[in-house]
Design a protein around this ligand. Structure first.
Ligand SMILES: Cc1ncc(COP(=O)(O)O)c(C=O)c1O
Length: 397
């Protein structure tokens, strides 16, 4: 018998794990790496992500003296969604840009790191925004981190539970009005003209500057712009920002084409499709329950320049895509975000063969637990006796 030296335990203090024993080569590799430590100072370190302002500084209106307020937002994954691609067929590749993985759980963090950094640079002591929820969470987190007061005006009864919890926890002063988002926006616009508060809705130009970095990331990941970009549209800031990002990267030769911008609104809040403001917008997707988009003209300009389209999707279609994304792809977004996938599926016959499509998932599903529980179509199995037999029986074994 040749002599075999004893293998040291790679996890001192823990018993040797079965998983390591069944892969002894891993055990040896692990033990070597722990025993023969290389000179730590020379060890190659993965560069740390420092937030989108640092990552894309040359493309953003910041200077060396801008005080960067960051939670290391951005760098969100572009996830392939094969089950959705299969529903389209034709060799089409579909990805979701999962911006729900930003620090406060939505794409708003991209714009807010810029808006709050610039507000701080200008000496602002307080910021204000109207919000369907996500802007208030992001404004609150970044403003408080930057040492400012955050006032958020929300439509009473129409803000998802998680978003309200965030705004309160982050320390915003939450003002709930008996009116809808459009009225809240009118109010904060006027307030910012009269009182010493900086407006941080997407009409603040720095918001869109930050948000355009999502398009940079998509191109950096794919190596080019996609053929189509599908995106939910409410106030139309994000669709404008993505287009800015793609155009800027195109001018810098980072991509050799521009995508068709496909904007999707909820049928009950679809002014860009009907061509008229909607006085009483209604949809399960509260984040895009907006009847009079602040960036209306810009959105039309983007659609025309990109030869894109605006289409509406019903609440039933939004909820179907919402369930599909979570249950078939493992990606849990909020209902408004699922409008991008619902829209893609609605116009799937128009997608060119072999196209690359990116759907933007703007917010995290955990923001809206009420809708998730109500619409999952997956009932909880309650009241089971705490025995192996009872559990197995319910499992069908
Ligand atoms: C989750 C989510 N998706 C989409 C949107 C719409 O973005 P925009 O208003 O920039 O069109 C919002 C806006 O609040 C949102 O919170």
């Amino acid at each position: 018998m040749p002599y075999k030296p004893p293998i040291p335990n790679p996890y001192p203090g823990l018993p040797i794990l079965n998983s390591s024993i069944s892969h002894p080569e891993t055990l040896v590799a692990l033990s070597l790496s722990t025993t023969n430590s290389p000179d730590l100072n020379n060890a190659a370190r993965r560069p740390r992500w420092q937030g989108l302002i640092e990552a894309y500084r040359p493309y953003l209106p910041v200077t060396a003296t801008t005080p960067v307020v960051t939670l290391l937002e951005g760098n969100t994954p572009l996830i392939p969604v094969p089950a959705i691609a299969k529903l389209i067929g034709k060799g089409v590749q579909v990805y979701v840009k999962y911006d729900g993985l930003n620090p406060t759980g939505s794409f708003k963090d991209r714009g807010m790191t810029m808006a709050i950094s610039k507000a701080k640079e200008a000496g602002a002591k307080a910021v204000i925004c109207a919000s369907t929820g996500n802007t208030s969470a992001a404004a609150a987190a970044y403003a408080r981190r930057g040492g400012m007061r955050a006032f958020v005006v929300i439509p009473e009864g129409y803000v998802a539970l998680g978003k309200l919890a965030q705004a309160l926890m982050y320390g915003a002063e939450v003002l709930s009005i008996k009116g809808n988002f459009d009225r809240a926006l009118d109010i904060v616009r006027e307030m910012a003209q009269t009182y010493p508060v900086t407006l941080v809705n997407s009409i603040n130009p720095y918001r869109l500057e930050g948000q355009k970095t999502a398009a940079f990331e998509v191109v950096d990941d794919l190596g080019n712009a996609p053929d189509w970009l599908c995106i939910p549209v409410g106030n139309a800031g994000n669709i404008t920002a993505y287009w800015m990002g793609f155009c800027q990267y195109h001018q810098e030769n980072k991509c050799d084409r521009l995508p068709r911008m496909m904007g999707f609104q909820a049928s009950g809040a679809s002014p860009l499709i009907t061509g008229q403001p909607v006085m009483h917008p209604e949809t399960v997707a509260t984040a895009i329950r907006i009847g009079n988009p602040a960036n209306w003209e810009r959105a039309i300009a983007v659609q025309q320049a990109s030869q894109g389209k605006f289409r509406d999707v019903t609440d039933a279609e939004i909820l179907e895509a919402y369930r599909l994304l979570a249950s078939q792809e493992g990606v849990f977004c909020e209902p408004a975000s699922a409008a991008s996938v619902a829209g893609l599926l609605k116009v799937k016959d128009e997608v060119p063969a072999e196209a690359t499509v990116v759907c933007v998932l703007t917010g995290n599903g955990l923001k809206d637990p009420d809708n998730a529980i109500e619409h999952s179509n997956n009932p909880l199995k309650p009241g089971i006796e705490p025995t192996i037999e009872a559990v197995a029986e319910v499992m069908g074994f």
